[in-house]
Write a protein that binds this ligand. Sequence first.
Ligand code: SAH
Ligand code: MG
Length: 194
Amino acid sequence: MNTVIEEMKEYALSYNVPIITDDGLSFLLDYIRKNHVKKILEVGAAIGYSAICMCGADPEVEVTTIERDEKRYLEAVKNIKKAKLEDRIDLIYHDALDVSLEEEYDLIFIDAAKAQNQRFFERFGNNLKDGGTIITDNMNFHGLVYVEETEIDSRNLRQLVRKVKTYKEFLEENTKYRTKFYDIGDGLAVSVKK
Ligand code: SAH
Ligand code: MG
């Protein structure tokens, strides 16, 4: 298990796959244990790193995770097999914005295209149990939310940073959830459904 995880970290580094940071991950795993989370939906599997690690938090954890990129999806299939977690991780190869799910989850981890955070939140909010939690990764957007907009050269990047900020406001104003922001890893938003 540990070698699979180490190999995935090396792969992520070599191929620039933005897996969760160590600090972000330990927060997530603690949260799962403390809140007795069992059923998890993840949006953005990449190579399966966070999904596999979340299964390590508790033997009863089950993860449904969605990935749209073929190369990463195939890599995730391999890794889940190596980790012998095929029966606990359900990997869906699709664009999450076209996926409809019936089941309810204790935790939803949003970690896909940052410009689409609000759409993922709204789409899957109905699949969250009352009292359940949505955790969103990369709220600091690699530190860029703290940089003056005029200092960001790329127009595309400026727009993405603005989207992350708008999403933050959306969470703050959403009265159905109580959201806290943590400056851990690349910034995490923890939104508990009231
Ligand atoms: N959660 C992973 C990292 C995910 S990186 C980990 O920490 O190990 C973000 C991933 O989301 C990328 O692989 C990207 O292809 C995927 N993604 C982005 N938008 C998506 C969408 N609309 N549907 C499905 N996957 C998406
Ligand atoms: Mg992330």
